[in-house]
Design a protein around this ligand. Structure first.
Ligand SMILES: [Fe+2]
Ligand SMILES: [Fe+2]
Length: 482
């Protein structure tokens, strides 16, 4: 089944090649002009990266060890500070699953803490740890303040190794990574199969929050690879390498009039699905800023009027997407959810050709194309007719935004020549590497309400890369991936 046919044809039409198919042309159909060689796989681009680690030190290392490249590994077990630097439940929060620390007995070192989630203020149990013994089999205690860990307490993490000694000459690395929705913390050996060694290999300074992290399906040995925001549909607002979005706030003026039945959802699923859609809503809201900034970049670089007009229209679409997603989150969560302020909207803007093309490729040509494919799948999988129609509208708009990105790339390649082509080639390869494996699994999977599972999402993204992105690359005269 050629499920991406419509999307592929619409994007090819945008760049003047509607008659193309998903397969490469029999003869060289690349047309005139320079052809950029894009490596067909990370393995063929360079020699495989060796297992991570500095040369063996003269003195034995202990505890958590930070390398110069920012990597952190665990040389030996250590005792962590188990205090939790989060305010205690005040009793005034909207949702309270605990009232005092005495209610938090499921694991050691429990505290009833106050927080603001995507669905409003709440009290919930937070658990810390002092040692691996507090965490149980297959887990390790990662001390607060270690490496990139953002949590304000020591946390029990999934661990396929406990110390470097478990890794046969390699190191037992800490992977702490925020995928756009939540922080994912694991310990895993560096291996010969890894496709990155540190965040620097993932263009962390310029891409959508990409980091070198350990990823593996349940039961499989994790490998280290670049990963970006895995729960984002559409164009993110990236400032200093991180996707930014507004915090949630109770306000009713960002809700589309959308009604659908949620009565059969249990409380736990309801909270998790509402949080997922609230995170998506915040990203859609941030996309408004992203397109406004994109318009300014187009003006600064002298783009044609047609691209400017479409960028302005896309920003208006994103207002509607945010309203739809806040309505879905509010409906499922059973309370009003909207966006707070977004001060990052006016952050300093890069207007050099390389930065512009790299972010255009990663956030637009790849990000919005995959977002459109994902949106179509989400719209198909939901059961409620009204909800499906609203999500189908988002998917249709995202396909148009993807077409705008490809048209803009075509213009940039013509206008700026080799500098733009080289930047595009690097960015496409990095984006492909990011999607070679499935994204990290989220806390909930519910296709009926638009939350796809990690495997479904990974397979969908790879097929869209193969069947939509690759033909568009060929159409632009860039040597495509096989
Ligand atoms: Fe979009
Ligand atoms: Fe959108």
């Amino acid at each position: 089944m050629d499920r991406h046919r419509t999307l592929r044809l619409s994007l090819l039409a945008a760049i003047g090649g509607a008659a193309c198919s998903a397969s490469p042309p029999a003869s060289s159909g690349a047309g005139e002009g320079a052809v950029v060689a894009i490596p067909t796989s990370p393995a063929s681009a360079t020699a495989e990266p060796p297992p991570d680690g500095e040369p063996e030190p003269a003195k034995p290392k202990r505890g958590w060890v930070s390398e110069k490249n920012g990597n952190v590994h665990r040389a030996s077990r250590v005792t962590c500070d188990a205090t939790i630097d989060i305010a205690a439940c005040a009793g005034t929060e909207r949702h309270q699953s605990c009232k005092t620390d005495a209610d938090c007995t499921e694991h050691p070192h429990g505290k009833c803490t106050s927080g603001i989630g995507q669905v409003g203020t709440y009290c919930g149990c937070t658990y810390s740890c002092e040692s691996d013994d507090d965490c149980g089999a297959g887990k390790a205690c990662v001390c607060k303040g270690t490496g990139a860990l953002r949590a304000r307490n020591s946390v029990c993490a999934e661990a396929s190794c406990n110390t470097d000694a478990d890794c046969g000459g390699s190191t037992c690395g800490l992977s702490a990574y925020h995928n756009g929705c939540y922080e994912q913390v694991t310990l895993a050996c560096r291996t010969k199969e890894d496709t990155c060694k540190s965040d620097a290999d993932c263009g962390a300074a310029t891409t959508r929050g990409s980091a070198c992290v350990a990823i593996g399906a349940k039961g499989a040995t994790p490998t280290w690879q670049c990963a970006g925001m895995s729960c984002v549909i559409g164009r993110p607002l990236v400032v200093e390498g991180e996707a930014r979005a507004a915090r949630p706030r109770a306000r009713a003026d960002w809700r589309a009039p959308l009604v659908f039945d949620t009565t059969h959802l249990c409380a736990d699923a309801r909270e998790a699905i509402a949080a997922h859609h609230a995170a998506i809503a915040a990203m859609e809201h941030a996309s408004i800023a992203s397109f406004a900034r994109f318009s300014l970049q187009l003006l600064a670089l002298g783009a044609p009027a047609e691209l400017l007009a479409e960028a302005q229209n896309a920003a208006r679409d994103e207002v509607e997407h945010a309203r739809i997603e806040y309505a879905i989150a509010s409906r499922i969560g059973g309370r009003i959810i909207g966006p707070d302020k977004l001060p990052e909207a006016t952050a300093r803007l890069a207007t050099d050709v390389v930065s512009f093309v790299e972010s255009l490729v990663e956030e637009g040509c790849v990000g919005e194309t995959l977002g459109a494919a994902e949106g179509q799948e989400v719209a198909r999988s939901v059961k409620d007719e009204g909800l499906g129609a609203a999500l189908a509208q988002i998917a249709e708009d995202e396909a148009r935004h993807a077409a705008l990105a490809w048209k803009t790339l075509q213009w940039a390649l013509d206008a700026f020549g080799p500098e733009a082509r080289d930047a595009a080639a690097r960015a496409f390869e990095r984006a492909r590497a990011m999607h070679e494996k499935d994204p990290p699994a989220g806390p909930v999977e519910n296709e009926e309400f638009g939350v796809l599972g990690s495997r479904t999402l990974g397979a969908l993204r790879r097929s869209a890369l193969r069947e939509v992105v690759a033909p568009c690359l060929r159409q632009l005269g860039l040597v495509a991936w096989s």
